[in-house]
Write a protein that binds this ligand. Sequence first.
Ligand code: CUK
Ligand code: CUA
Length: 667
Amino acid sequence: MRSRMQHLWALAVVPLLAAGLVACQGGGEGGAEKSKKAAPSGSLKQIMQERGLKEADVRAALQTYTPSGGRDEYFMFASGGHSGQVIVIGVPSMRILKYIAVFTPEPWQGYGFDDQTKKLLADGDPPNGGKLTWADTHHPALSETDGDYDGQYLFINDKANARVAVIDLKDFVTTQIVRSNLIRSDHGGTFVTPNTEYVVEGPQYPAPLGGEYADISEYNDKYRGAAIFWKFDREKGRIDKAASWAVELPPYMQDLSDMGKKDSYGWAFFNSFNTERATGGNLEGKPSLESGASQNDMDYLHIFNWKKAEEVVKAGKTKKIAGMRVIPLDTAIEEGLLYFVGEPKSPHGVDVTPDGKELVISGKLDTHTTVYSFAKLMKLIEDKNFQGKDPYGVPILPFKESIRGQAQIGLGPLHTQFDDKGFAYTSLFIESKVARWSLKDLKVLDKIPVQYNVGHISVTGGDTVNPGGKYLMAMNKWAIDRFDPVGPLLPQNFQLIDISDPEQLRLIYDLPIPLGEPHYAQMIPVSRIKAINVYPPGEDVTTKQTSPFKTISGQERIERKPDGVHVYMTEVRSHITPDTIRVKEGDTVHLHIDNVEQAHDATHGFSIDTYNINASLEPGEHVDVTFVADKPGVFPMYCTEFCSALHLEMAGYLLVEPKGASKETKL
Ligand code: CUK
Ligand code: CUA
């Protein structure tokens, strides 16, 4: 790929350079006028002149432009922010390939409309009733084997409602949503342990565990955090709720987390802020939460031994809260599972280096990033060399003895990623830059401006033991002057940066994201994912099982049973069978629909007006739709995908006979 790129580069640009094109950067009408002779109409040179493109622009275009039918080298899985979806983007072309519906209904995919996906979404709804129709998705994580991406599963959290989802990368479909009801919000998730033993969901805002009520004046005693270790059953491709457990944490606001790997395997790290335990009350004569939470110079990095915690859980030293086994805070301390070490000035990201030997932590109000040595942390724990305890009795390791050093990075450092050359990259939110620095001597080597207010950055393989070295995505919160104005709400700005040159960072693409604030993303080589083209006939895609209601061509039928009218249906280009469905007002209707096609991309839709019925059936897929025919009348039903030349004819009628209209109804 790289050599092909260089080849293209040489092919296209060297002649341009030879033609003296690069010198032709003088803008203005006169300049264009003057050089018209040298730039024949439609030539590359003329296009460059007309569009005001410089050499660097042409270079960036050559690095990212992908001709029709061309493929990308990487998939980027980006959180879709408030949309509750995941965005799949091809890199380097930056073409959006898919929105994976996760936490919210998505009409095109029929997600949240058929019985299967309604049930899946309901698994994440609050236990005491109510439907959630949005999410705050933050951190996608890819499944790992030996600390490297294996391309099998994707996980993502909903910060707002403390939910975690599993996405199967065989078909890019959500197969599970779990919710513990232990914590109210999550932020230290999702991160996986190096063999995806667990999908970790760290908390954010403390509250009484399990959803109890306690006045905020009881914050110190009754409010808590808890980190949940969801056990992942790789065989089944599902989180095993019964085998999952959690650990109770003090009422600090736990933030991002990362999992130890290689040398630090078996340990988990959670940042925190508000160790002041400020609770706000700015209308009650108290300082606002923000200012109360910014008093201390240091908050606490939580250092947690999950491998040892497994033994504690096995020994039954847990209590049940909201149906989940929870290691009480006292037990975690007694068993030597939990330690703290100071982290400076409003810490945010914690990132473990690819070799697992160090941790990089930045403070939002610091100009440094701090590099902690895992070996030093372990030695201090072993020697019981503590500087004291927090109010709950958690031992605190001395800061200076825990670190290797600090790098002077810049303003508002947030998140760090690593590459294959020993460089680290840190996003600078306030400065709107990405800094490249040397892990070895902690010196900044280069900074590149980004537009603007960068949050996370993502390097290919960035969270693994084996990061790549070609691309970094800067995920910027503000776009101000980057795109044509579309009113006060602007898109987010993803900027692709070429990091392959050890001497220089180059910005090569801007992609506006108009779908909520995405936060984090993962990038993985496309070759590592083996996606299927069609489903085996009768597949329930949420369970990956053959539906008991699978219907094949020739066996379509309508049956009246005690629980209502069952319609066994098929769709194939270009008809729906049966295309006439007669029911009586008040009947419960069960539609069992199969797309009996096995041709790649032969998707059919299914819709009925007024009843809000909308399904999408990929080739081989089975869905069930249940509804009560409580509105009499005539309802056309049709396929909503332009599937064939006779797509418009792919239609039929649902006839709902009013009560008492006739004695007999033909089925
Ligand atoms: S957080 Cu968004 S920029 Cu949720 Cu990972 Cu730092
Ligand atoms: Cu099937 Cu249109």
